[in-house]
Write a protein that binds this ligand. Structure first.
Ligand SMILES: Cc1ncc(COP(=O)(O)O)c(C=O)c1O
Length: 367
């Protein structure tokens, strides 16, 4: 694969650029699915002045590994976990460990763009499966496991499944994932990317971690960038069999997670009040925004994450620019093959109200 054939990842616009461009005092970013809040415990730690920045960080932070294993449950131990510089780094390790230039990698249509980039960097052939096209289903445009299965060949080495998925916000039941994994040949690795797992209702929507003992070819990845509010510090982790994790560690640089990332992850994991409040805020925001979309007769996709992808139709570019000028950054989804859609992250109550106000004025101007 020639490097110039790989489309670079385009992050959401940043606040400063939009402030400058439109001469705005206040700009709200609802474009990258970040938690709008930070744990106070994390802030207190960061504000201290006696950090030993001159020393390398711990290359194997035991306490964090143990707490992670405990939090994950399902009889996982520290040896089932690997820490990364964001879960993106773990995805990269898995690709590098399993894929070469003779491999095919199956990526569902409308998936997180990083999957394709890192697989192409290994010179793998990308095979895109079809989305769920059933408009009546709450999985509309989400992952179609039947199509994924249909794409498996002798050359397939890796399958990416985000659950819940970005940018469609859709979720697949654990029983369906289990049935799917039973049919996948054991020489094919499967990643279940659970970056948004913590926003689910744990009583109903189960994690694939419970299947790790059953399927040796299964990897689950999780992130501290979402509900734990640490996107800037870059922390994520992978969970798999001890053999797989040991293999992935070969790809890990000794100091891939820094001092702040490690300590903040530990504090955020322990700060139950913070994660609970973040989830509650998200649940309330989801209702508020789905009410808005219903009121404006705007269709939207799955709502299992901390964002909602909604159909702005042919006006999507115009609406995106209108919101930008008002100081609200949302995410266009043309790169994801969803040209008619925009994605809005769920923010603070105040920021959500600003978004709602400008949405209403855009659509009332149109009538
Ligand atoms: C589906 C999915 N996986 C992984 C990531 C990357 O997360 P991290 O910040 O942990 O690298 C994201 C980030 O938006 C995502 O949407």
């Amino acid at each position: 694969m020639r490097l110039k054939n790989i489309k670079k990842y385009t992050p959401g616009f940043n606040i400063h650029d939009i402030q400058k461009k439109y001469n705005l005092k206040k700009v709200i970013k609802l474009a990258s699915n970040e938690n709008p809040f930070i744990s106070k415990d994390v802030l207190t730690f960061i504000k201290k002045s006696n950090h030993k920045l001159n020393l390398y960080p711990d290359s194997n932070p035991d306490e964090l590994h143990r707490l992670l294993a405990n939090t994950i449950g399902h009889r996982m131990t520290s040896n089932n976990v690997i820490l990364g510089n964001g879960s993106n780094e773990i995805l990269e390790f898995i690709v590098r460990a399993n894929v070469d230039n003779k491999s095919e990698v199956i990526i569902p249509k409308h998936s997180f763009l990083v999957y394709e980039i890192i697989s192409k960097l290994q010179n793998a052939k990308i095979i895109i499966s079809k989305p769920d096209n059933d408009k009546a289903s709450e999985n509309y445009l989400g992952i179609n496991l039947e199509s994924v299965k249909g794409k498996i060949t002798k050359k397939t080495k890796l399958i990416f499944i985000a659950n819940p998925a970005n940018p469609t916000g859709t979720y697949i039941k654990l029983s369906e994932i289990d049935n799917f994994l039973q049919l996948v040949p054991k020489n094919i690795s499967v990643i279940i990317d659970e970056a948004y797992y913590e926003y689910l209702n744990p009583k109903i929507n189960k994690s694939a971690v419970s299947l790790i003992r059953k399927y040796k070819n299964l990897y689950v990845t999780r992130s501290f960038s979402k509900i734990y509010g640490l996107a800037s510090l870059r922390v994520g982790y992978g969970i798999s069999s001890q053999e797989n994790i040991s293999k992935l560690k070969t790809y890990k640089q000794p100091f891939n997670s820094n001092l702040f990332a490690q300590k903040a992850a530990l504090l955020a994991l322990k700060d139950f009040m913070f994660t609970r409040a973040s989830k509650e805020n998200n649940d309330i925001a989801r209702i508020k925004l789905t009410d808005l979309f219903n009121e404006l007769s705007i269709d939207y996709l799955g709502t299992y994450c901390n964002f909602i992808t909604f159909r702005a139709g042919r006006q999507s570019k115009q609406l995106f620019e209108y919101l930008l000028k008002k100081g609200v950054i949302v995410r266009p989804l043309t790169n994801y093959g969803l040209t008619d859609y925009l994605r809005v992250s769920l923010g603070t109550p105040i920021d959500n109200n600003v978004f709602i106000k400008h949405m209403k004025s855009f659509y009332s101007d149109k009538i």
